[in-house]
Design a protein around this ligand. Structure first.
Ligand code: ADP
Length: 375
């Protein structure tokens, strides 16, 4: 059974926004309503950050009301402090989001001074997403770019450790935080602000407001690229975050095993669903060269991510080997691109960075060229 935007608005008209009884549907507070195959309905309610507590029951009532619409499978509604260009009853949002478009819609306000924001994401944890985010950020910097790194992996912020940063950021005027610095990167992490156990139990709206704060209430200054280390997975929190961040594109990190590739595919489709271009897939922990005998082994299989990228029609950004030096340096807070700038692994990250930057700056297309077959 097909659900229409009107069905959803009809349900939301029964939810009062305030004591005055303004229906949520007519409040001008709704963002685009996405209706996915399978009956999942996704939308957000625009609030001022100070209204978060008062609006949480409204959000819950909205979920319950839409859930009652016949044909609806699940409902994801979040509170957002970002007012998208299309918010408001006057601008009817598109009920049928396209699968992917070349230029992403500006759902959320840009961050003044920050030219491109890119996500580094993975379908599951432990594949080397944060290690890739740090080294990619450093490799972009080695191209002469001004780069920031935002650790949004709220459930396991590891950037402070990977970059060896200790201490807390300074609070400047007007509640603005000064980013920390490491190896020339401007860095912000939830790990600087709360301890890990506290972040683990945060609910959706709290996660969103923490991310919003780290994006917008930080003195990033002028940056060419801000790399965002996303939380792993493709659940509701990740989807909401992808929607609420003005992303220019996403890099997906995967290991070569089939299972990781299934998760990576989910990651690709999550970003496509919210019309964020895929900058490419990275195969991490691809090959292992024995430091003693020099023999190459493919511990997790090999080449799966390249084949998957080809199948999905997205760029392949390269293979990073499973390497003791990468692990030891990462875990000691001395990422390989910073500590071994002329080494073979740095060259791989630099090639990845060049390809990403070419796509971002429109200098070249990173899509694989079509194969011409002469019969
Ligand atoms: P995620 O962010 O996906 O959870 P991390 O980047 O924290 O993953 O990496 C998990 C572990 O794997 C860390 O100990 C890290 O040093 C190690 N690691 C990541 N990439 C590599 C690699 N290419 N070779 C060896 N170890 C790696």
């Amino acid at each position: 059974m097909t659900i229409t935007r009107e069905d959803v608005l009809q349900a939301l008209s029964t939810v009062p926004l305030d004591a005055g009884g303004t229906p949520l549907s007519a409040s001008g507070r709704l963002t685009d309503i996405l209706i996915e195959d399978g009956g999942r309905v996704v939308f957000a309610i625009v609030i001022d950050p100070s209204e978060a507590t008062r609006m949480e029951p409204v959000r819950q009532a909205a979920v319950a009301a839409v859930q009652r619409v016949s044909g609806v499978g699940s409902v994801l509604a979040s509170l957002t402090a970002e007012r998208p260009a299309s918010a408001g009853a006057q601008t009817p949002p598109s009920p049928h989001p396209k699968a992917q478009s070349a230029t992403p819609p500006q759902r959320t306000q840009r961050i003044p001074g920050v030219n491109h924001i890119i996500a580094v994401a993975s379908g599951k944890g432990g594949v080397g997403k944060s290690t890739t985010a740090c080294n990619l950020a450093l490799a972009l910097q080695s191209l002469g770019l001004r780069v920031g790194l935002l650790d949004a992996d709220i459930y396991g912020p590891s950037v402070p450790k990977l970059l060896g940063i200790h201490g807390k950021p300074r609070l400047l005027e007007n509640r603005i935080l000064e980013p920390m610095e490491a190896y020339g990167l401007k860095v912000m992490s939830i790990g600087f602000l709360v301890d890990e156990e506290a972040a683990m139990i945060w609910r959706g709206p709290m996660v969103m407001s923490a991310i919003t704060q780290m994006l917008r209430e930080v003195a990033w200054g002028d940056l060419d690229v801000l790399v965002v280390d996303m939380p792993p997975g493709t659940g509701d929190a990740q989807l909401t975050m992808a929607q609420a961040t003005p992303l220019a594109g996403a890099v997906i990190v995967s290991t070569p095993q089939d299972l990781a590739l299934i998760d990576a595919r989910r990651g690709v489709s999550m970003f496509k669903r919210v019309e964020i271009p895929i900058l490419g897939i990275v195969e991490n922990m691809a090959t292992f060269i024995c430091p003693h005998c020099g023999k190459t082994s493919h511990i997790f299989g090999h080449g799966g991510a390249r084949a998957e990228a080809e199948r999905l029609g997205v760029p392949f950004l390269g293979e990073i080997p499973l390497n003791m030096t990468i692990r030891e340096l990462s875990d000691a807070g001395r990422p390989v691109v910073a500590t071994d700038p002329d080494g073979p692994h740095t060259a791989l990250y630099k090639a990845m960075a060049s390809q990403v930057w070419a796509t971002l700056s429109g200098g070249a297309t990173a899509r694989p060229a079509p194969r011409i077959v002469i019969e």
